[in-house]
Design a protein around this ligand. Structure first.
Ligand code: ARG
Length: 363
């Protein structure tokens, strides 16, 4: 029997029964042990799955939004075994989570890995923009260049624009991956404008409403859910200080600063800082005006402070990865900067996994 699996299962099941105040854990453990002896694996009940996905969020050291870990909507899609059906489930996830802008934290869980057979979503996020290498640099999102090439090798043809939504690529076991275009009406986006600078609109910038991470592995009690896309809502700085600002992403600080009439020749003019501020203001203003859920980094830090307190009240100490928890704008203006966290990886949790498309023969 696979004792390593049983040990991880046992520790998870005990934690579940204890936190939920359930009785008769031993009878469940007997069933789990029998299933593992019999078949090499075991199945989570729906309640275990929901609890596992939520606690995995609670244990995600890099996430500042964990106050809301108990409000996670969990869709159990473990029975699906066709690419087309998984694609339809992903569309439902996108619809339900987007909810016209009132974003709902959601996870869809597909069948777990078993004997090296696994379901994989090749996309990093369900909705993300393509990146095309051209003679004068990248058009679109440089972070997507490799994956975009992969999609092209699989027969996809992008429009060559700055904000082309990539197709979904789904792979089951060792079958060929299948590509699906997301109908554009399913993808909520926010055109960016600034509360004071009218010219900002002319930059024709936008971003999508919902970040759906789709390439992480959810691990619960030794079971590996290799396809378990989840979403929350954005913190403004993710878009305004990173996606649109990093010089290896959309690199827009010089553009914004010049439009503001700043002296970009002297770093001491703080043109980068001033451009960052206005870009972030535009993001928060536009999402808010369009009634698309978003949180600013000060509010998010306050919510995280509350999470830490709630955890303490439960006699737990919030673990964290400080380097990720501090916001990229004005970090020292939040309590997180002045705190320290133990970066211990508790289970259940979400893990990085190898990029599925790197195993592909076209690569
Ligand atoms: N940082 C990623 C992005 O900008 C999204 C990560 C998840 N973010 C979240 N708010 N749940 O697309």
């Amino acid at each position: 029997m696979n004792t390593e699996l049983y040990q991880e299962a046992e520790s998870f099941i005990r934690q579940f029964y204890q936190e939920k105040g359930l009785s008769d854990v031993e009878s469940r453990l007997n069933d789990v042990r029998a299933a593992i002896e019999d078949s090499g694996t075991y199945h989570h009940t729906y309640e275990e799955l929901v609890y596992g996905a939520k606690v995995a969020w609670r244990n995600s050291n890099r996430c500042i939004g964990r106050l809301f870990w108990e409000n996670l909507n969990v869709f159990d899609y473990r029975q699906l075994d066709e690419e087309e059906a998984i694609f339809q489930a992903l569309l439902k996830h996108i619809d339900f989570a987007t909810n016209g802008g009132r974003i709902r934290s959601t996870i869809s869980i597909f069948r777990p890995k078993l004997n090296e057979k696994e379901v994989r979503i090749w996309n990093h996020q369900l909705v993300r923009y393509a990146g095309y290498e051209t003679d004068d640099g990248v058009i679109g999102d440089p972070a997507s260049v490799e994956f975009t090439k992969m999609c092209e090798a699989l027969g996809w043809q992008g429009a060559g624009g700055s904000f082309d939504v990539l197709p979904l690529v789904i792979q089951i076991d060792d079958r060929a991956p299948k590509l699906f275009e997301i109908p554009s009406e399913k993808v909520l986006e926010v055109p960016l404008r600034h509360p004071e600078f009218d010219w900002f609109r002319d930059l024709e910038l936008k971003w999508y409403a919902v970040p759906f991470i789709s390439d992480m592995r959810l691990e619960i009690g030794g079971i590996e859910y290799t396809a378990a896309p989840f979403n929350g809502w954005y913190m403004g700085t993710e878009i305004g200080a990173r996606n649109l600002a990093d010089d290896f992403r959309y690199d827009l600080l010089p553009t914004v600063a010049k439009a503001m009439g700043l002296d970009t020749k002297r770093s001491a003019s703080l043109w980068k800082d001033r451009a960052l501020l206005e870009l972030n203001q535009a993001v928060l203003h536009s999402y808010r005006e369009d009634q698309v859920s978003i949180v600013d980094h000060h509010t998010a830090a306050e919510q995280f402070r509350l999470f830490e307190k709630k955890e303490n009240n439960q006699n737990r100490q919030a673990t964290g990865d400080w380097t990720w928890l501090i916001p990229p704008v004005s970090p020292a203006a939040t309590h997180v900067f002045h705190s320290s966290y133990e970066d211990r990886m508790d289970s259940p949790n979400y893990f990085y996994q190898n990029e599925a498309y790197k195993k592909c023969p076209f690569h």
